[in-house]
Write a protein that binds this ligand. Structure first.
Ligand SMILES: NC(=O)N[C@@H](CC(=O)O)C(=O)O
Ligand SMILES: [Zn+2]
Ligand SMILES: [Zn+2]
Length: 350
């Protein structure tokens, strides 16, 4: 009998709504990896020092553009790192002048380079109100930092302790819960009729906490928020393949050099930019929902951000297993690629 399953799919060029490109030598090495498949990306501002002001975002955008291959059509969409000192007027200007697309909220101490983040959420109320007024989205790293809260519960606790109060006080603020990892977050987004969406990473669709901890510790699977139980992963897959426009791809591709990850206190972050599309095609096909891949990678994100989908398309073809290098070399040392743990058969055609 003939296999009726498709061996090729064409979709609008995907975008990445949560990406770390870093700076300097690392930026030079990883920017081309994202530009190969993606049309646009929301660029995370957690550099050292962070990208706080419009002027800093504009300068960083210039460095990103300079790191792109000649003729690349990749568009970096910049974000501002929210601090308790952020000036609402600077945010307004950055938005008006097309320098920044969104503002990023890191609870202080929640993740990599978040020390300058927010401790007292009331201190940023004027900024949030300005953003609600001008329609500028807030991207949030949704984890509480309270040491008494178990690390596997920090996302769920954030919803109740931080997100609900912010949304109650500023209902017109448009919020993206970044890299959701729990059924709790999926349910919360699904139950919210307006102004709330979520990005889902490639790796959280594939790994659960056993992959990190069972049979030996796997630093290359460690990221924040940390992957949860299998039932949470299943909820994320269901949300991603559902076609619900509130869920879209944010890879959270977060390169760290191998020496920075492989040490007694290793960095959080997983590098997925090169093989994300191959991984996702595999996940969507396994769910019998390959037809929903385009919504997740290419349509739902632009819709939330009120941007048109990319005009161009990409074609993915299925064949013999595709191989990716185990790691890429950068001026800051080798960076290991995400290993999904299964063979990848889909590749993006050149
Ligand atoms: N996801 C991660 O584990 N790390 C990110 C920061 C973040 O997105 O929280 C990084 O910048 O390395
Ligand atoms: Zn984060
Ligand atoms: Zn991130």
């Amino acid at each position: 009998m003939k296999d009726a399953r498709p061996t090729s799919i064409t979709l609008r060029r995907p975008d990445d709504w949560h990406l770390h490109l870093r700076d300097g030598a690392m930026l030079d090495a990883v920017a081309p990896e994202s530009a190969r498949h993606f049309g646009r990306a929301i660029i995370m501002p957690n550099l050292v020092p962070p990208v706080v002001t419009a002027a800093q975002a504009e300068a960083y955008r210039g460095r990103i553009r300079a790191a792109l291959p000649e003729g690349s059509g990749f568009t970096p969409l910049m974000t501002l790192y929210l601090t308790e000192e952020t000036d609402p007027e600077d945010v307004r200007r950055a938005h008006r002048d097309g320098i920044a697309t969104a503002v990023k909220l890191y609870p202080a101490g929640a993740t990599t380079n978040s020390a300058s983040g927010v401790r007292d959420f009331d201190k940023v109320r004027p900024v949030l109100e300005t953003m609600a007024e001008i329609g500028m989205p807030l991207c949030v790293h949704g984890e509480v930092t309270d040491g008494a809260i178990d690390i596997f519960d920090r996302e769920a606790a954030f919803i109740d302790r931080v997100l609900k109060p912010i949304r109650r006080k500023t209902p017109d603020l448009r919020i993206v819960m970044e890299h959701v990892t729990t059924a709790d977050a999926v349910d919360y987004v699904r139950d919210s009729p307006r102004n709330l969406a979520a990005t889902i990473t490639t790796h959280h669709l594939i790994i659960n906490r056993n992959h990190i901890l069972a049979g030996g510790i796997k630093p290359h699977y460690y990221c924040l928020p940390v992957a949860k139980r299998e039932r949470h992963r299943v909820a994320l897959v269901q949300a991603a393949v559902s076609g619900d426009p509130r869920f879209f791809l944010g890879t959270d591709s977060a390169p760290h050099s191998d020496p920075a990850k492989l040490q007694p206190c290793g960095c959080a972050g997983i590098f997925t930019a090169p093989n994300t599309m191959s991984c996702l095609a595999e996940v969507f096909e396994a769910a019998g929902r390959l037809g929903a891949l385009e919504a997740f990678t290419s349509l739902n994100g632009p819709r939330f951000y009120k941007l048109p989908p990319n005009e161009e398309t990409i074609t993915m073809v299925k064949g013999d297993p595709v191989t990716y290098p185990e790691r890429i070399e950068t001026g800051d040392g080798p960076v290991t690629l995400f290993d999904p743990g299964f063979a990848l058969h889909w590749r993006v055609e050149d």
